[in-house]
Ligand binder design. Sequence first.
Ligand SMILES: [Zn+2]
Length: 633
Amino acid sequence: MFISDFRTRIILFSSIALWLVCIDLNASELHPDSKSMNSTNQLILTSEKTNFKETGNYAEIKRFCQNLELQYPSHVRCKVMGQTAEKRPIFYLITSKKNSLTPIQASKNKVPVIFVIAGTHAGEIDGKDASLLYLRELLENKSNNNPLNSLTVVWIPVFNVDGHEHPGKFKRPNQDGPFEQGDRTTARRINLNRDWILAQTPEMKGMLSLINLWDPAVTIDLHVTDGLRFRHDVSLTVSPEFGGSPALTATAKQLLNQSVSSLNQSGHHPLDLYPRLLDKEDPKAGFILDVDTPRNSHTYASVRNRIGILVEDHAWVSYIERVKTCRATLKVLLTSINSLSNDILRAERLADKESSSKSGSIFALDYEVDIPADQSKVKILDILGYKYETLDPAPIVGGRMIRYHLEETEVWRTPFFDDVQPIKGSEIKLPEYGYLIPLAWSDIVKQYLDMHGIIYRILKRNASDVSIQSIRLQPKDVIHESVSFQGRQMTYISGDWKTNTDSVQKGSIFVPINQPKSSLVAHLLEPKGPDSLSAWGLFNTSYEISDYLANHRAFELVRWMNEDQNKIKELFGEALYSQIPYFKSEYERRMLEEDKFRDDPQERLNFWISYLPEQDSTLNLYPIFRIQTDSLK
Ligand SMILES: [Zn+2]
């Protein structure tokens, strides 16, 4: 009852407050030069009508999208990029004032394409309202420095549409507004910002088709932080930050610095890093550079040799202020991208070229930040914080907690750990020629190659005695996570590539390493990659025992070998039979010299059985191979 009264009051107030709010958000630029009052009304958002206490439902996006195209037919296209799990269409808008509303036109006119994605986590919805307000303003704005004059911007106002349409009042407990918030995950409970590699949702499949269609030079993903209290109103991460092409990394850094400087000049307090803490209950213990894998949007963009930007508004700022900050951030980012667009396009072309000659080079699949024992040389950050204390034990329940004193500000002088290094064992030597996907696995792997726009070819004939590299694992080399992640059982394997020969079936797939997306190829197909298809559990049947040798049979085989029985010759042939004297002498040597061997009956049994032909030749064989020379047709 209270709630509905409250909401009615909001709506009553909102109709009065609408024009005031627009004035607050720079009214002179907000209202379109309307062709009809009716279509203008269709472009006024629920957030505006409610003084940013509420945000609109998805029907509003559809209406806004279609009306914007009607009102600005030369500059806007309203389209659908697919359906959600609950069969809702996902709308997006293409905008350009330079006659570049299709990928072909954008490419022909050499116009950089920028993606602005909001509502990936539907509860963090600032980006939706900020995008639409700013887009409306850009379309009305006739000035020469309008970014739409030289950029094509593709806007996805809500990516997680199903999550957006399941609003609730308590879904973002660490956030100040709006009144109701959407879900973090999709209707199938998948976090879209961990789904960029596996794309197991219809939403991400739609997004990847759009990415392949447009090949955006920059992707901007709009989020909200999750808890820490400080006075910075927005945090920016611009990838690649490490591990990518040096020229592209330098350009990304330049874009970050320029954007942060502009935001500072416009009265905001941006942070040029994601606020990840060494100790969540004590921010002064240190901030750590966030190192994300390609399952995240900004890192995914960087392994495609493009720039990915993660924007995080600060959760504890009011919704209206967050929308203002997000809009200001979009404005600064598009302006900075515009001013650096030649550098960005040049660096991306160079990165593509470098990636196309990576064969045989060393490549790191995963990174971590080194926290040195001696911290005297670590950088110091000045973070705009509040006075706080760490309570240990915390009252009532014990444990540790941070208590902020919001009435008193202070600057946290805190160490910043940013020494990013490849994780031990994650550096590999890329193949000289490429990867071979055997026919049996080709259907499974091909869908990922297609979704990610990777170049490959299907082999037209059988081949025998092909020199390949394969990974044969010991059981100890395979570690499965005990709980699922995104509904999958993550699996980590640690073997090395070894050369041998095998036959190759017609219909198998060859993926050359020398191609613009070689980093993405390595991330998908090198099993040690944190987001490889193997790590996501797609090849787990390769590591499962499906049959076994009964103990009584194993013991009999050992006895027959020890007694030089002809049964061994009959079963396994002359070659193996003739080696029995060697097995016996080796066994006796180990019994004399190795205490551990002597004391372990299982190991002694394994010794004998290991000389017999394998019963299951593909068990623990990583199902993808590598090719070192151009030997396949
Ligand atoms: Zn988020």
